[in-house]
Every structure is written in C-alpha cells, then in structure tokens.
Design a protein around this ligand. Structure first.
Ligand code: NPW
Ligand code: K
Length: 460
C-alpha cells in the first residue's frame, strides 16, 4: 500500500494502454489480474486484522480481482465469504471465479461482515449501477466496521470525479496499477477514504501526477533580501486582502515584499517587515522585482483596471488572482508573452473560461493552453495545469481552508516561489504544497492570518 504523493495519474484509457504495453513475454492480462488479486489480499489481510471479510464481486475484471483476493484470504486462514451481483462475464473473471472454492452468495441476501470489500465495478463502469446493486451496497457498507474499495468504489466514473449513482463512503480505496483522476477529483474523492496504490508491475507514464513535496528554494551564504525574491503586491480598494497576501509572501520565504497601495500608506502598520509605498505604475519597473501579485483586494473599478494593465505591461512574472481574474480577458492573457500564474476558484474559472462541461483536469489543461499561463484551479481538488499539458492534481488538504482570505495567502505563497526563481509550474506546486501543509498544521477553525503565519514553520 503505497502513499500516492507524486505518483502518475492515468485515465481509464491510458491505464488500458499501459496494461497493453506491459504485456510482453510471460506477462498476460491473466497474470496481471493474479498480481492484482494477490496484492489486494495482502492489503486486506493487514487491514482486517483477523476479522471476517465479505467480498462483493461484479461481472468484470474488478470482480475477477475480488474472486482471487477472496481465495487467497481464505488460504491465509481468514473467515471470508463472497457475494456476487451477477455471474462473471469476462473470460478472466470466469477463469478466476473458479478459484473460489465455496458457494457464492446472492448480493441481495448476503449477511454483512465487519470488513466489506467492494469489487463490483472499477474502471469499466459505463453507467449508474442498478438500484438493486446500490441498495445492497449501501446496506452492507452501513453495517461494516471497515469498508475497502478495490480500484474505485462502485458507482464512480474513473476520469471525471463524477458519482454516477449512490456510492457510499469508504475508509480505504486500493488503486490498482496507477492513480486515476477520480481518486483526487471531487465529489468522488470525498467518498474514498485513504487512497493507496497497489503496484502490480505495470509501468506508468503520464503528464499528470499527484502533488508532491517540492524542493523549495533555500537561502545560502550569498543570499540577500533581493536575490531571496522581491515581490510587489499591487493593492486596491480592500487592503486587508493584499496585506494578507504580503504577509504570506514573507512567511513563505521572500526576502523583500513591497505593498503598493493608495491613500494612507502607514509605515507604522504591523508587520513592519512589509515595505509600504504609494502605488505608481513606475514602481513596478524596479528591476529587482521577481514577481508581481495582483488581485487580492484589488477591486473592480477603473483604478483596478489601470493597475492590471500596468502589471501586464511590466514584464515581471505575475500571479493573477481574485478581482484581477474578473477584469482580465483570456485574449489579453494569450497575447501577453511573460510568465504568469492564474489562481481562479471555481466561480472565477467559469467567468474566464466558461462552465466546466467535461471534467476539471481537462478543463484546466484547456484553460492553461488558451491563456498561455499556469492555471491553479482551486478547490478541495485543486488542479494545476501548464500550457504544455503537464498537470498536477492536489488531494484535499483540509476542509477548514474554506474560509475568507485563504486564497490571498495562496497567491502570496506562490508569488514568493516565483520570485525565488522557480519556473511557473514548480512555483505553483510549491505554493499549493506549502499552503496545504500550513492548513494541516493549523488544525481546525483557523483564520487566514493563522494560515499565513504557519507558512514559516512548514517552510522546511
Ligand atoms: N489496471 C490494471 O492494470 C488492472 C486492472 N484490473 C481490474 O480490472 C478492472 C477493470 O475491469 P473491467 O474493464 O472488466 O471493468 P469492471 O469495472 O470490472 O466492469 C466492467 C463490467 O461491468 C459491466 N458494467 C459496467 N457498468 C455497469 C453497470 N452500471 N451495471 C451493470 N454492468 C455494468 C460491463 O459490461 P457492459 O454492460 O458495460 O458492456 C462489464 O461487464 C479494474 O478496475 C481493476 O479492478 C486487474 O484485474 C488487472 C490489471
Ligand atoms: K470497486
């Protein structure tokens, strides 16, 4: 059971191609299923810790995995029963169903067991499961002490994060061969519990992967405040949000943060480490600025539009967030040839790029390609995509991030990484990773100020 950080993410079709490519020499579909069944049995045996196991098997190869695992668990001496929704239909499933030496119970009438293993449908699900299957699955998972899904919980579409029927909540999902988009995309991911990979020896390659601990820029003996990363935060009508972004930028490791606002630019305001100056378009032409963050608290008036135009014209690497995403047009972004990172939440994404009609991974990749920038499509399932198609899927860090100001903190953290010299995709990943770590460190009911402060401790 391998933690999924940094692992390749494959769609159902990519997984099928990877399986085909792996079938050389004595590796066959049957031997892959045998490996999958053995790996599932080993994982379930560890998790069940001697408790009785009920394995639910469907008609395809997901069911096939279930039959092999059940037979192996029985061989290991565990109390195991098998219930099926229907007879096996695929050749491989028929072959391995014969390994199960006992009677197969009817799914509708099966009595519950403390450990429930769902091997009804996996990546081959093509429509909602029948009401009979859904009802039995709900009844048996409700009564179980531990619920384990094989590859994917029954009822989940592999590539989109969509839940096609009524899928119950699981404690553990054992991804076979590779992580699939729905292991991270919502709402599916929220039903999976802990997701762990079972390696079955299929080499996987993909331009999409799971968020991983980044290599963060570190200061050394040659560092000074400017080469650590100088970030300009362009403020607007709500300076609280831009102040939060500025604080986060410093706490994420930037050497110098310039907060550019209008009106009362009070030098005595805390934290004193933020340098506060009056906004002028010229201020953005300072050569040493490594990144400009624009959007948190910017407002949407004419001043805001002028500032956005100046930021785009400055030639500095940009983090475009919040209100700036409401003011800018995709065509303007496409015509701008500098480095840029856009950080829309769902509403801002729809405003800029239109409704997501397929899935978040595909839509974010398209948005990155259209805009020419790295897009950080935020949410409980943040997806980061680069114009060249590389993508990073981020499992939910903490439901407590759903509070005002956390987006400003993220924009600041990403700005710090960009100014420190990371390329935009790496800067976005590092910022999202730091933000997630800080959220975990903060526990529950934290506020965005706490989150910004926590960045220092998790910076590593
Ligand atoms: N990754 C790997 O390398 C390996 C993967 N392996 C395993 O294979 C799994 C994928 O197997 P799979 O393609 O046979 O799909 P699976 O999910 O068992 O279901 C397909 C069957 O269900 C049917 N069906 C579909 N929807 C339905 C519905 N709503 N209600 C009723 N029926 C429905 C569909 O028939 P249909 O009616 O759509 O023609 C078909 O008969 C994968 O998740 C993993 O567990 C390992 O064994 C080997 C290595
Ligand atoms: K399953």
């Amino acid at each position: 059971m391998i933690p999924i950080d940094g692992l390749a993410v494959l769609t159902a079709a990519e997984m099928r191609s990877a399986e085909q490519a792996a079938m050389i020499g004595d590796v066959t579909e049957a031997s892959l299923m045998d490996r999958a069944g053995a790996a599932i049995a080993q994982a379930v045996a560890r998790l069940a810790a001697g408790r009785e196991v009920l394995v639910l098997c469907g008609p395809g190869n997901n069911g096939g995995d279930g039959y092999i695992a059940a037979a192996e668990l029985k061989r290991r001496g565990l109390a195991v029963r098998v219930a099926a929704s229907e007879a096996p239909r695929s050749d491989d499933a028929r072959r391995v169903a014969a390994f199960w030496p006992d009677a197969v119970e009817s799914l509708e009438r099966a009595e519950p067991a403390p450990v429930l293993v769902d091997a009804i449908f996996g990546t081959g699900l093509s429509r909602s499961p029948s009401a009979v299957v859904e009802h039995a699955l709900a009844r048996l998972t409700d009564a179980a002490w531990l619920r384990i899904a094989v590859d994917l919980p029954t009822g989940i579409a592999t590539d989109t994060g969509k839940v096609l029927g009524k899928t119950p909540r699981f404690d553990v999902t054992l991804a076979l061969g590779a992580v699939k988009p729905s292991h991270v995309l919502q709402p599916a991911a929220s039903l999976m519990g802990q997701v762990r990979l079972l390696d079955i020896g299929v080499p996987t390659k993909s331009s999409a992967r799971i968020l991983a601990r980044p290599i963060l820029p570190q200061p050394d003996a040659t560092s000074h405040k400017y080469n650590r990363g100088m970030v300009a935060i362009v403020a607007g009508s709500m300076s609280g949000a831009s102040e939060l972004a500025a604080l986060a930028t410093l706490r994420a490791g930037a050497g110098y943060v310039l907060h550019l606002a209008s009106g009362d630019v009070s030098a005595s305001a805390a934290p004193h480490a933020i340098v506060r100056r009056n906004y002028t378009a010229d201020a953005l032409n300072e050569d040493r600025i490594g990144a400009v963050v624009i959007g948190p608290g910017l407002g949407r008036n004419d001043d805001a539009s002028d500032r956005l135009e100046a930021a785009l014209a400055s030639g500095r690497p940009l983090v475009i967030d919040g209100d700036a995403l409401r003011l800018v047009a995709v065509e303007t972004l496409a015509a701008h040839d500098g480095r840029k990172i856009l950080t829309p939440h769902g509403g801002e994404f729809t405003h800029l790029f239109g409704e997501v009609t397929d899935d978040k991974l595909s839509a974010t990749r398209r948005a990155a390609q259209q805009s020419g920038g790295v897009v950080v499509h935020k949410g409980a399932d943040t997806v980061i995509a680069a114009p060249d198609g590389r993508a990073i899927l981020c499992p939910e860090a903490s439901p407590w991030l759903s509070t005002a100001g956390t987006g400003d903190v993220l924009a600041g953290a990403i700005g710090a990484m960009l100014a420190a010299g990371l390329e935009p995709l790496a800067a976005a990943e590092a910022g999202v990773w730091l933000h997630a770590q800080a959220a975990r460190a903060c526990g529950k009911a934290f506020i965005a100020d706490d989150l910004a402060d926590a960045l220092s401790a998790v910076r590593g």
